[in-house]
Design a protein around this ligand. Sequence first.
Ligand code: PEP
Length: 250
Amino acid sequence: MSRLKMVAGNWKMNKTLQEGVALAAQLKEDVKNPSCAVVIGTPFIHLATVAELLKDSPIKVAAENCADKEKGAFTGEVSAEMVRSTGATYCILGHSERRAYYHEDYEILKNKVELALANGLDVIFCIGEVKEERESGKQNEVVQAQLDGSVFHLSAGQWKHITLAYEPVWAIGTGLTATPSQAQDMHAFIRSLVADKYGAEAAEATTILYGGSCNEKNAAELFACPDIDGGLIGGAALVAEKFEAIIAAR
Ligand code: PEP
C-alpha cells in the first residue's frame, strides 16, 4: 500500500506577516505540482492571509499550536475552531519546544489533539527523545509513552487524521541530524507500535515524518529509508529554495 508522503515546514516564531506572505507567495509560484503533500506551519497571525493566498495551490496550511480549551476566557489563546476558521487544515501539536518551554504534558496534548480533530483539523503530532534519553538507550520507551499519553486513545477513524513526526530533540536546530539508520530504526519501531494498536493496515497507511536538522543536503538519503515518509522542516523551511529542494527530494 502506498501512503501519503509529505514535506511540512514549521516556521516557528519567525517572519513578520509581510515576510511570511512573501515566502508563501514564492512557494505558490514555484510549487505547482509536487510529488508529495506539502504543508507550511505558520504563526497564528499569518494563517488567514496565507491560507487565502494558497487556496488554489496544492500547499496546505498548518497552525503550530492550538489551545487545550474549547473557547472562552483564556486570554491570548487561539482555539482549534478559530484555527480552522482561517482556512488552515492542519495543526502541529506536541512539538518539543512546546513540551519544554510551555510545559505541555501528555494530558494537555491529549486535549489539544481531540479539539483539533473535533474541529476538522488534521494533526501532525511530534514525538522524540532528548539527548540524555538517547544516550541511556531510553528512546523507544520515551516515544512509546508520548504516544500512549496523548494519541493512542483515539479511535481508528480519528487515527486517519494523524501524521506522526519523529523529531529527536537533540537534532532540532542543532545541525546534528539522526543518521538514516537511527531514524529508520525509530520509524520502524513507531510503525510497529501503531500496528499493535490499530492493526497492520492502519500502520502501513500512517505517514511518519522525520524532523531534526533535515535540509536540502541530507533529505534524499533520509527519505530513501522505507519507513521515513517525509520531513518536518524547521530552519530550512524559512528559505524558499531550500524548502523547495527538500520537496523535490521527496
Ligand atoms: C522542527 O523544529 O520541527 C525542526 C525539525 O527544526 P530544524 O529543522 O530546524 O531542526
